[in-house]
Design a protein around this ligand. Structure first.
Ligand SMILES: NC(=O)c1ccc[n+]([C@@H]2O[C@H](COP(=O)([O-])OP(=O)(O)OC[C@H]3O[C@@H](n4cnc5c(N)ncnc54)[C@H](O)[C@@H]3O)[C@@H](O)[C@H]2O)c1
Length: 336
């Protein structure tokens, strides 16, 4: 059994949900290594402040001495890597930080895991490494890796490194590939929080292209329970797809949000499509269901309403994350 877990990128959207869950459900100690980029927000973990089983270290997974010192000092025996540059649009503006963190940082973690005889490593990856689907079909774990954006290419490269460390050095490691997450604490550059916060202020809602790009949506807590099940039960060297079984075109999500918020559809504004925009993602997660006894528990409509309510009830968090850098990025990106 793992006693001291290193979680990287734990101040982001999914990592913070995962840390809250593990502290609640287990007696494992957690060290969170996060460099606090624009997406990293210590406020996401305010409810666990003072918990004696939680330690925060500000720093980068690209720093080998720091990662080694953490593994030594805290006697780390497991690593789960959430740390990443995670936004496709930003990767199109500048791919460099994506390669540095997502590929270079993962390599440092893997090398340190070998050196320190870490007992278990999990790489949090994405369905985007499979590229785009046509009208039908689902991604399985044996679908070809065909990433289309600098973000997904960097995640695919990291996945290949993890597999190489399993096969070449015998590292005990697993990979999860999950679909689009939604839920509380998501940075408002991503579709759902962006639309909720803009609609609340009667601002335009920018929709790429024709709005018919399809994603498979999963509530963030379902993703976290899938990661934990994979960490505990997954077979080393294997990939496990995690999905929410809720395929929706972007425009349908936005119209549903407007209904929940009682706002007019006239706020919707179609903008120039994202270059190379993948048309459809959909996940077959039957392997995780049968081998890990995991399945998504949240109903999409209920999860969406409770997510909207969370944003409405947390105006301070929303105001803080939308200041400074974010507004500059937003205006440059959408020009509306
Ligand atoms: N959001 C999704 O829908 C989704 C779906 C599937 C997989 N994923 C993957 O899950 C992981 C977490 O995604 P998220 O949405 O929480 O991302 P996020 O952008 O909200 O958080 C990323 C976190 O990583 C930290 N970070 C970035 N570079 C770092 C570095 N060099 N060293 C240490 N910390 C660093 C940031 O400060 C931030 O706290 C990512 O690996 C992402 O690829 C996300």
């Amino acid at each position: 059994m793992i006693k001291n877990l290193l979680v990287t990128g734990g101040c982001g959207f999914i990592g913070s949900a995962f840390i809250r869950k593990i502290l609640r459900d287990t007696d494992i100690n957690i060290v969170n290594l996060d460099s606090l980029t624009y997406a990293g927000n210590p406020e996401n973990l305010i409810e666990i402040e003072g918990n004696h089983r939680y330690h925060f270290v500000k720093g980068s997974i690209q720093n080998p001495e720091l990662v080694e010192n953490i593994c030594d000092y805290y006697k780390i025996d497991g690593i789960i890597n959430f740390a990443a540059e995670s936004h496709v649009d930003r990767s199109i503006l500048d791919a460099r930080p994506f390669i540095d963190t997502n590929v270079g940082g993962t390599l440092i973690l893997l090398q340190t895991a070998m050196k320190h005889k870490i007992r278990r490593y999990l790489q949090v990856s994405t369905d985007e490494v499979y590229g785009s689907l046509g009208e039908s079909g689902l991604f399985t774990e044996s679908s070809p890796i065909q990433p289309n954006s600098p973000y997904s290419a960097s995640k695919a490269a990291a996945d290949h490194l993890v597999s190489a460390f399993v096969h070449t050095y015998g590292l005990n490691a697993v990979i999860t590939r999950c679909s689009n997450n939604y839920g509380p604490f998501q940075f408002p550059e991503k579709l759902i929080p962006l639309m909720v916060l803009n609609a609340c202020e009667d601002k335009k809602l920018p929709i790429y292209g024709d709005g018919m790009n399809v994603r498979d949506w999963i509530y963030v807590d379902d993703h976290c329970s899938g990661i934990w099940a994979t960490f505990l039960k997954g077979k080393s060297g294997e990939v496990y797809n995690l999905g929410g079984k809720s395929e929706k075109p972007n425009i349908e999500i936005v119209k549903t949000l407007l209904k929940i918020l009682n706002k007019p559809e006239s706020l919707i504004t179609y903008v120039k499509d994202r270059p190379g925009h993948d048309r459809r993602y959909a996940i077959d997660c039957s392997k995780a269901e049968s081998e890990l006894a995991w399945k998504p528990a949240f109903n999409f409509d209920e999860g969406l309403v409770s997510t909207v309510n969370w944003y409405l009830n947390n105006p301070k968090w929303c105001g803080n994350v939308r200041s400074g850098e974010y507004m500059e990025y937003y205006e440059k990106q959408y020009k509306i």
